[in-house]
Write a protein that binds this ligand. Structure first.
Ligand code: ZN
Length: 298
């Protein structure tokens, strides 16, 4: 059964041996734990595939070829066309094993025309609220589910997490606030598997800090391109280098997967910039910056 986690569990036996030594007496007991493999495949921009056992979620699909759309008007480097690069694989291959789609918000760089065309209309698709559900249903999708607080899919629990696509100073300008809109993140959990926290298009916020503190996820996907709207150069609308460090400092043992760089016009932090930063900070052991198409296993 493809959708049952029980059959997806890779039986890797962790043998914990405890020796209790008394006088002339040694007792040993063994515990066997099964673990579910978790992998994160970075596709491009914010598009990632997250797999628990054999259940695969496609998050924030932007699937157009290089240069399909004009740059985002009124943003940094808007003369460049989006996406800046091609997908690392054909879309058929990309979609082959996808069981459900998650759209954190409906900005073009997370849910584009190409994705709407090629993703099968009956695939289960999670969105953040009723407004986005209506948008996506109007595009022809038939199994659209609003992630109110949490949901279960094939043995994987999805929890909606909060965030904001810019600082309060940016949201104080009504047309900008309207354009940026609401966003969500998602926390993935399953029995005997590492938790993955996908923060989404958010800046550092109390909501992010709260998830890190309360859940202590082992894997954290951050959108770290520090995108900039013209006129708000001091207040990027995504995390950047210093936020990466801040997350690392809160959870030094967590693996950070940094994405949303080098693929759309308005990013001010590239992978090379971030790599240089993490090298300087000596945190490159826990901050991973995958190439397009690269899969990381946890
Ligand atoms: Zn984005």
């Amino acid at each position: 059964m493809k959708h049952s986690l029980k059959t997806l569990i890779m039986a890797s036996a962790l043998i914990a041996t405890t020796a209790c030594t008394g006088v002339g007496d040694t007792t040993q007991h063994q515990t066997t734990t099964t673990t579910t493999e978790v992998s994160v495949q970075h596709i491009r921009n914010a598009t990632v595939k997250i797999t628990y056992g054999e259940t695969t979620f496609l998050v924030d699909p932007m699937l157009a070829g290089k240069g399909a759309y004009p740059g985002f008007e009124g943003t940094y480097n808007s003369h460049l066309r989006n996406p800046l690069v091609d997908l690392p694989m054909p879309t058929e291959q990309l979609l082959a094993n996808v069981d459900a789609v998650i759209v954190t918000h409906t900005h073009l760089d997370h849910w584009d025309d190409a994705a709407q065309q090629v993703i099968p209309k009956a695939l289960p698709l999670f969105v953040q609220n009723e407004a986005d559900a209506k948008t996506v249903r109007d595009q022809g999708f038939t199994d659209v589910r609003v992630l109110d607080q949490s949901a279960e899919f094939a043995g994987v629990t999805l929890q909606k997490t909060g965030g904001q696509h810019g600082e309060d100073s940016v949201y104080a300008v009504p047309p900008v606030a309207q354009m940026l809109g609401e966003v969500m993140g998602v926390l993935f959990s399953a029995p005997n598997a590492k938790q993955v926290y996908l923060a989404g298009d958010t800046v550092w916020r109390p909501e992010v800090e709260q998830v890190l503190k309360a859940e202590q996820p082992e894997v954290i996907i951050l959108n770290t391109g520090a995108a900039v709207i013209n006129g708000f150069e001091q207040a990027p609308i995504l995390m950047g280098t210093s936020d990466t460090l801040r997350v690392h400092q809160m959870l030094p043992n967590a693996s950070i997967v940094a994405v949303h760089m080098d693929a759309v016009n308005h990013m001010t932090v590239s992978r090379a910039d971030l790599q240089q930063f993490v090298d300087t900070q000596e945190i490159s052991a826990t901050v991973r910056i995958p190439a397009d198409g690269e899969t990381l296993s946890f």
